[in-house]
Design a protein. Structure first.
Length: 490
RNA sequence: GGCGCCAUAGCCAAGUGGUAAGGCAAAGGUCUGCAAAACCUUCAUUCCCCGGUUCGAAUCCGGGUGGCGCCUCCA
């Protein structure tokens, strides 16, 4: 089989490039993970979901992916937060790692192959700092160690900045012992009471950027394929990683740089200083996790995305359509054998389109569009009267269902049992709207009796009563079912 | 000030040289006792504006206008 031709936008070259891993068929991916000092927010969630799909798709295309996403568990913000809660930094950080893992599971994020923690890689970090000092790229100063930006002629090649324009002069904080304003800390001397590790420069802790250089080298090698994060990491974080890694190893660092766009709140930036940060956990209390995933994936990963009630409600309605369709299809064909033979039309054409969109820089929005045709066809076939249940229809539905399964594994969507998902969704809506299930069922019983007696006026009165309570009823060949009507006004 | 991104129907959103995907909403239809769901049909001669290149531009170039991001911890 010919190797898949996946193209991806590389921030380094600002162009879409063909993915050509150093070892054909094997891809190393490093994504900057969370700093574990609080709950992650929905912007973090979008970024991690985007890279989750990147990894899933590469695997779908037959690549062997080694996926590394770190935990930054040594950091000034953690120390500060721990001082406020009375925990040690280690305790607080461990607690938020667990919280992150719960959130990640709820969002159906794959577990990375390696999730290294900074605190467990101090020797590697000291090793790379020592190498930089030995090669003249870094210098120690009163217990701190700084990277000398002027020692790296390539500095700022990722962000394409002009060093002279970088607000020079405002960056030296009191107490810092830098030679030049742009230099940044590789190692910070410990102040009393702070977590510290022994080092050739005295007790201290790593600076922010060096961890990713050390841990990516340990698990993916000094040169690897894809490095990802959100846009705001381009400068200075990723820039500094490149400077450190390439200065230390003398080799090119990551080949492809992928950066995810921002999520905003109806046009307003989400930031801690504005106090409008939405935690993933809070969002998950209001919207189905898969609907949130669908919402993220319905816009291209590099584009800005507005987090709105309308967008979320649309995503949930869409998920319901998908799952209703799948339930109908599963009832019709699951576990049945329709034998070998021809199928109706070209059922796989939708999935071919899906892959073409994904091959083009992981265009999930386009891919989702091609899935629409697939679902329409499934509905059309599944609605054909069972008396005409020819093997042709069954085989075609099974072929389509199989393609949905493949898309599921790529997108992390509609992987649940459809009936279960729909039931859970109804149960949640029942709780939110305070609906009395026993009463609903009693009223439906009354209506069924009225219909049997051809008293349609009475039947319609029951329908109206239920509608007022927010319940829609559906008469099906298998009897009357009901669901909670979509909420109005978001 | 420097670097960079974005602008497509009422809304969301693909499309980066070959004649505007998809979804929501809306209108009509099929089905239904009535509905719901599903399906069908309709819904941008046009892609912020003005120039230019080209046989051909939403797509490329120049200039505007309007949003936004990074340059400080930030996904």
């Amino acid at each position: 089989m010919t190797p898949p031709s996946i193209r991806l936008f590389n921030t380094m070259t600002m162009q879409k490039e063909l993915l050509e891993p150093a070892v054909p068929g094997e891809v190393g991916v490093y994504v900057c993970g969370p700093t574990t000092y609080s709950y992650i927010h929905i912007g973090n969630a979008r970024t991690f979901t985007s890279f989750d799909v990147v990894v899933r798709y590469l695997r779908h295309r037959g690549m062997k992916v080694r996926y590394v996403r770190n935990y930054t568990d040594v950091d000034d913000k953690i120390i500060k937060a721990a001082a406020e809660t009375g925990e040690t930094a280690v305790e607080l950080s461990a607690r938020y790692v667990e919280i992150f893992r719960e959130d990640a599971r709820a969002l159906h994020l794959l577990e990375p192959d390696v999730s290294p923690k900074v605190s467990e890689h101090i020797p590697e970090i000291i090793g790379i700092i020592q190498k930089l000092v030995d090669k003249g790229h870094a210098y120690a100063s009163q217990g701190d160690v700084y990277f000398s930006v002027s020692s790296d002629p390539d500095y700022a090649k990722l962000s394409k900045r002009n060093l002279d324009d970088l607000c020079v002069g405002e960056r030296v904080q009191p107490g810092e012992q830098k030679r030049e304003p742009l230099d940044f800390a590789l190692w910070k001397a410990a102040k009393p009471g702070e977590p510290a590790w022994e080092s050739p420069w005295g007790p201290g802790r790593p600076g922010w950027h060096i961890e990713c250089s050390a841990m990516s080298a340990r698990y993916l090698g000094e040169s690897f394929d894809i490095h990802g994060g959100a846009l705001d990491l381009i400068f200075p974080h990723h820039e500094n990683e490149i400077a450190q890694s390439e200065s230390a190893s003398g080799k090119p660092f990551a080949k492809y740089w992928m950066h995810c766009g921002f999520l905003d709140l109806e046009g307003a930036k989400m930031s801690k200083s504005l106090g409008n940060v939405v935690r993933l956990r809070d969002a998950l209390g209001k919207v189905d996790p898969e609907a949130l995933r669908f919402f993220f994936l319905s816009t291209h990963y590099r584009h800005p995305l507005s987090f709105t009630d309308k967008g979320l409600a649309d995503a949930e309605a869409r998920m319901e359509y998908f799952y209703e369709t799948l339930r109908k299809v599963d009832e019709r064909v699951a576990g049945k054998d329709f034998g070998k033979g021809p199928v109706h039309g070209e059922p796989h054409r939708f999935f071919t389109e899906f892959e073409a969109a994904m091959d083009d820089d992981f265009n999930t929005a386009g891919a989702l569009g091609s899935l629409s045709g697939l679902f329409v066809l499934m509905n059309e076939l599944a609605d054909k009267p069972p008396v005409k249940d020819k093997p042709l229809v069954g085989r075609t539905l099974q072929a389509l269902r199989e393609d949905v399964r493949k898309a599921s594994s790529v997108l992390g969507l509609f992987e649940d049992d459809p009936a279960q998902w729909l039931l859970r969704r109804r149960e949640r809506a029942v709780r939110e709207r305070g609906i009395d299930v026993a009463e609903v069922e009693r009223l439906i019983g009354e209506r069924t009796a009225a219909r049997a007696a051809k008293d349609f006026a009475a039947a319609d009165r029951v329908r109206a009563t239920l509608k007022e309570k927010g319940v829609d009823i559906m008469d099906t060949p298998a009897g009357t079912t009901w669901k909670v009507a979509p909420a109005h006004g978001g």
